[in-house]
Design a binder for this molecule. Structure first.
Ligand code: GDP
Length: 441
């Protein structure tokens, strides 16, 4: 049996043990498997209580089961959901019973979504939105992913693509029509008008876009400065504050390398360069390597110093904020005001941290700009939109060279949008995209 024809199953809920665990099955054998386990078929889409049993009639667990016959299901195939108690033993038993059925196998990461895509339930931009939604840490990331999942970009791209195809149909009709001479103006004029309008729309979406792609990854802020300036103390201060949303990646038991902050919905990763150092522990080495890579591409440097004399080491054109630490030690007269530091803080007591965090929120807001309405969230999407816009622009400049060339450029433009939606030529790409998904999704 071809792997795509097999019925797949996976744990679709979170880490065990948990109150409830959801095992999902998708494929033509999902119904038979459900019948075997539950001893009956529940009515479609109705939560039904059932005692699940193995092939010998031994009870496995008391469960709630759901039956979604295809094509009106999430994947477009027959889907069954088993809501069982979230114990490791229940899942282990259930999985061994399911694996013993020859038509069934465990799902690859993202395979449910991939099937939904292949069965036309969602387009590729929606699949990407789904992946982003699952991985969203902050509110703004969630909202952006949801827009994508609702298919806003996909709907636009579909409509653009249809209009390009219509425009090129007009031109191609004209080519056939005009054996000698040019395409008649009554065909060419509306085609040109439409192409110009489309080009403007696509360019607007690309421009209004800000840096929505970066909202997926977040901003990177590096803390640098001379030894003993208080960098590690500042990291600990940040990690202690309620804004820290993800448990910090601790490189060692002593120091943090990174903390991830949710600053008013903007994801911001702060990296301590003092935590970056040589180590023999392979796990720690990996953390250090990653931190170093990220620090090299920082969006902002906080240069920490104890006094005012130290000049920040500039790194390219990354903005540097001078932050004077240990203001608790300095007398009134010598505190941050009147010095050239932008901020005065005490990493130890937390004094001045409010103003620093507020400024970071402002920085993030400016950085991400108008992403609130951003539709393009990935490099892949941006590139394809740019390709399409370029081809449209070329089609307008090739008019004089002949209608055939113009029609060819329109085909290129439509093809790029087709790829954006996942309509054409994407097998290789699918592997890349769906590999990032969780198992059971
Ligand atoms: P790093 O080398 O830059 O990471 O500096 P550390 O965070 O290890 O701090 C060096 C020393 O300065 C430690 O003894 C800290 O307790 C102390 N320190 C850090 N921040 C402050 C502060 O705001 N006020 C005072 N009084 N001491 C601080």
């Amino acid at each position: 049996m071809h792997p795509h024809d097999q019925t797949i199953f996976a744990l679709s809920s979170g880490r065990l043990p948990s109150a409830i665990a959801i095992v999902r099955l998708s494929g033509s054998y999902a119904g038979a498997a459900l019948q075997m386990l539950a001893g009956k078929m529940p009515a479609p889409r109705m939560a039904t209580r059932a005692l699940l049993r193995d092939a010998n009639g031994e009870p496995i667990d008391d469960a709630v089961v759901l039956w979604f016959p295809g094509p009106a299901s999430a994947t477009g195939e027959d889907v069954a959901e088993l809501h069982v108690h979230g114990s490791r033993a229940v899942i282990a038993t259930l999985f061994s019973v399911l694996s013993a059925l020859p038509q069934l196998r465990t799902a690859e990461p993202g395979e449910f979504t991939r099937r939904a895509f292949q069965n036309g339930k969602i387009d590729l931009t929606e699949a990407e939105g789904l992946d982003d939604l699952i991985h969203a840490d902050t509110d703004r990331q969630r909202r952006q992913a949801l827009r994508q999942l609702k298919g806003l970009l996909g709907d636009k791209a579909r409509s653009w693509r249809d209009q390009i195809i219509e425009a090129s149909a007009l031109i191609e009709a004209g080519i056939d029509f005009a054996d000698e001479g040019d395409v008649p103006a009554e065909l060419m004029a509306p085609a040109l008008l439409r192409i110009r309008q489309l080009l403007t729309e696509i360019e607007q979406v690309l421009a209004a876009q800000g840096r929505a792609e970066r909202l997926r990854e977040g901003l990177t802020v590096v803390i640098a400065g001379p030894p003993n300036a208080g960098k590690s103390t500042l990291m600990n201060q940040l990690a202690r504050r309620e804004v820290a949303i993800v448990s910090p990646h601790a490189g060692t038991t002593r120091d943090l390398i990174e903390v991830q902050l949710d600053l008013d919905g903007y994801p911001v990763t702060v990296i301590d360069t003092a935590g970056i150092r040589e180590t023999d522990d392979p796990v720690e080495q990996e953390g250090v390597r990653r931190a170093r890579d990220r620090a090299a591409q920082a969006d902002l440097v906080l240069w920490l110093s104890e006094d005012d004399q130290v000049e920040a080491e500039r790194q390219g054109d990354t903005p540097v904020w001078l932050v004077r630490n240990k203001i608790d030690l300095a007398g009134e007269a010598t505190s941050a005001s009147g010095t050239h530091a932008m901020f005065g803080i005490s990493a130890q007591s937390g004094e001045g941290m409010g103003a620093l965090l507020e400024a970071l929120v402002g920085f993030a807001r400016d950085y991400f700009g108008a992403t609130e309405n951003g539709l393009v969230t990935r490099e892949r999407q941006r590139q394809l939109l740019q390709q399409s816009a370029k081809a449209l622009r070329r089609s307008l400049t090739t008019i004089d060279l002949g209608e055939e060339l113009m029609a060819e450029e329109l085909r290129v433009a439509a093809f790029a949008l087709g790829r954006l939606l996942g309509r054409v030529d994407v097998e290789d790409l699918l592997d890349v995209i769906f590999r990032e998904f969780c198992i059971g999704k």
